[in-house]
Write a protein that binds this ligand. Structure first.
Ligand code: NOJ
Length: 465
């Protein structure tokens, strides 16, 4: 008989990030980060990269929200009751990120004791409730003062990051045993510095690739420091993976899907695990090859160190076809599973595809689904928003895929629903909501959605219906 069971040791919980959840953006010595800075600069306007009339099926550009990430879901002030809710849910893990601006407000230099104290309280409270912390060093919130010195483009960036990482490992590494360096480098570097669609809104192929290269070197330097400190935990990175399929039954479309996958996912995962960039892209795409940073392979050879596990954020699928006019010789086309206005159309089978790809391509590396979440519009109606059968179906279908992946032999160790509570969504502010807990982002009032009660049953039984 076929039942959907997760092993006893399977980590299952929720996640959130610092700038999206904490609020208190200017309190206790914290400085401004780029997400706060650009939210103010573009409030209510189209973001810099928007070209009116563009049909962009990967991100349908709309005006930047007028909301600012200055409140999030009020986690900074209410972390204790949030963690008590996690304990009541029965989850055995929580993924969150540290704010570089809270810990070292000047980016590099003096450590802020109040920042360290806050995260110590969060970690201790989680452990008191037997909730394993999974900690990201960086979730998009670069200190604005470092941005003013070029951000990822500054050749010193890897050294800045290493210094920050060392402080974090030193302060929390005795209790935190699961670390990740960067969240979704593809968005932060390529969309941020290459295609002008994400803070800090820069454009240029060469810049995008240089920013990404510095991120990869910074990742290695943090992993090296971590390993040298002998703290006994594991360290990885969180990369996003959309399941990308060929539009037609043609070899040329299959090639297009492979190139897109190489670009979005393997571009980050392959160097982090094997110390090289995907050769196919370098061979087939002049746009990639001609914009590589100087001496990139020497840098990789010098700093490479494999990470222990891979974190994967999975939300959507894409269809693609061969298109010689495009830099990757591929362009996205409408897919079967979303309507034109749907930014996050769920496609549960894609999660299985992604996990099987990782198993086959990366020697069955240990993997965590670090994000997977159901987006719904904010309709300012708590009754209606808490009655969320779509999110229940979403959870059931994706977690069933996790069980199928386990049965197929994938080395899947955990699943984090995104996100714990309705928070600030980059570019969309408080108008798009993923949470299992409903939050009034003006007052901080909150309630469990039906999906949280459902998720709680899964966490407590380690079974999926
Ligand atoms: C991935 C990002 O890591 C997270 O910050 C964001 O909220 C979700 N995607 C949903 O867009």
């Amino acid at each position: 008989m076929f039942g959907f069971k997760l092993g006893k040791d399977f980590l299952i919980g929720t996640g959130n990030s610092a700038f999206q959840s904490e609020g208190a953006w200017d309190r206790d010595g914290k400085s401004e980060n780029i997400m706060e800075h650009y939210a103010k600069a573009y409030a209510g306007k189209y973001a810099a990269g928007y070209v009116p009339g563009t049909v962009d099926i990967t991100r349908r550009m709309k005006p930047y929200s007028e909301d600012l990430p200055d409140r999030g879901c009020f986690f900074y002030d209410n972390y204790e009751s949030y963690i008590e809710d996690m304990a009541k849910t029965g989850q055995n893990t929580y993924r969150f990120s540290l704010s570089w601006c809270r810990i070292i407000p000047t980016g590099v230099g003096e450590v802020n004791p109040k920042g360290i104290a806050f995260y110590n309280k969060v970690i201790d409270k989680l452990l008191e409730h037997h909730i394993t912390p999974f900690v990201d060093l960086y979730h998009w919130d670069l200190p604005q003062c470092l941005m003013e010195q070029g951000g990822f483009l500054n050749p010193e960036f890897p050294a800045w990051f290493e210094t920050y990482a060392r402080v974090c490992f030193g302060a929390f590494g005795d209790r935190v045993k699961l670390w990740s360096t960067f969240n979704e480098s593809d968005i932060a570097a390529t969309s941020g510095y290459g295609t002008n669609r994400f803070p800090p809104f820069r454009e240029g192929n060469r810049e995008g690739q240089l920013a990404g290269h510095h991120v990869i070197i910074a990742h290695f330097r943090a992993v090296r420091v971590y390993k040298s400190m002998g703290l006994g935990g594991k360290i990885g990175a969180v990369n996003c993976f959309t399941s990308i399929t060929p539009a037609r039954m043609k070899e040329e479309d299959l090639g297009a899907a492979e190139r897109q996958t190489n670009r979005r996912f393997d571009w980050w995962t392959q160097p982090m695990l094997e110390g090289t960039y995907p050769q196919r892209l370098l061979r087939e795409c002049a746009y990639v090859r001609d914009n590589m940073p100087e001496n990139y392979q020497e840098d990789l050879d010098k700093w490479f160190v494999p990470m222990d596990f891979l974190g994967v954020n999975y939300y959507i699928c894409n269809r693609t076809q061969y298109d010689p006019s495009k830099p990757l010789l591929a362009s996205y086309v409408e897919n079967f599973y979303s309507s034109p206005d749907q930014q996050f159309a769920p496609y549960p089978p894609g999660l299985l595809d992604v996990l099987i790809y990782i198993k086959e391509r990366y020697h069955n590396i240990e993997v965590y689904i670090t994000e997977n979440g159901c987006a719904m519009p904010n309709i300012h109606d708590p009754e209606a928003e808490c009655d969320d059968p779509e999110r229940i179906t979403y959870l059931r279908e994706h977690l069933r895929m996790c069980v199928r992946a386990l049965r197929a032999g994938c080395n899947l160790k955990g699943y984090y629903y995104w996100n714990d509570a309705d928070s600030y969504e980059e570019l969309d502010g408080y108008r798009l909501r993923f949470g299992l807990t409903w939050v009034d982002n003006k007052t901080g009032e909150r309630r469990w959605k039906k999906s949280r009660y459902y998720f709680s049953e899964i966490c407590k039984t380690h079974m999926v219906d």
